[in-house]
Design a protein around this ligand. Structure first.
Ligand code: GRF
Length: 202
């Protein structure tokens, strides 16, 4: 059983998928803490409804990233989390968190990295006109959206898609893939190969 700390900024549908997978017995984990970069994120309501302790950054703390990441790292440490799960966290994680949880910060990105990194993965892929996009789960490191890749799943862009229908299918894939990959962590299947810098799934 692994203990997760989830970082989010918005709706928290990925947090919900994790909560539901745990409740359904498909993920051997608990969510010990949810941290939101914004006090009005709907994800905080989902956490509270599931009885999970929450921390939200005040505007003052938010504006000072070094202080914010120091505070977040300490809260995650106090909650005894094993892994930090970024789920729609619209901020970079910096040294205080990365050093406290080396190779233990996981991010989900709504495109096939290294394509369409950044805050608008779905619409950037759509506007470029690619025929296949998808979802990437990777370890976060100091370089935004560039950490070693753990899992990817393609999503085909259909002739009659709109950004909305594409977005729905991407989210549906995310909600399946994130709990599945977290279960790999629970089973100790995910290993960073120090020689290649790549992830081996054992
Ligand atoms: C997801 O598409 C995730 O890939 C991206 O932000 C979105 C978060 O959605 N990083 P939600 O807050 O989990 O509903």
């Amino acid at each position: 059983m692994i203990k997760l700390g989830v970082l989010l900024s918005g709706s928290g549908s990925n947090l919900q998928a994790i909560i539901d997978a745990i409740a359904a017995g498909n993920l051997d984990a608990s969510v010990a803490l949810v941290v939101s970069s914004r006090p009005d994120a709907y994800g905080l309501k989902r956490a509270q409804a599931a009885g999970i302790p929450t921390v939200a950054l005040s505007r003052e703390v938010y504006n000072n990233q070094a202080a914010a990441d120091e505070l977040i790292a300490n809260e995650l440490n106090r909650a005894n989390v094993n892994y930090v799960v970024m789920a729609g966290y619209m901020r970079k994680v910096t040294a205080p968190i990365l050093n406290m949880f080396p190779n233990r910060v996981i991010n989900i990105h709504p495109a096939l990295l290294p394509s369409f990194a950044g805050a608008h993965g779905i619409s950037d892929a759509w506007e470029y006109g690619v025929k296949v996009t998808g979802v990437t789960i990777h370890l976060a490191n100091a370089e935004y959206d560039k950490g070693p890749i753990i899992a990817q799943e393609p999503v085909i862009i259909l002739e009659d898609d709109t950004t909305e229908t594409l977005e729905e299918r991407i989210h549906a894939v995310e909600h399946e893939l994130y709990p599945k990959v977290l279960q790999w962590f629970a089973n100790d299947k995910v290993h960073l190969n120090e020689k290649t810098g790549k992830i081996d799934i054992l």
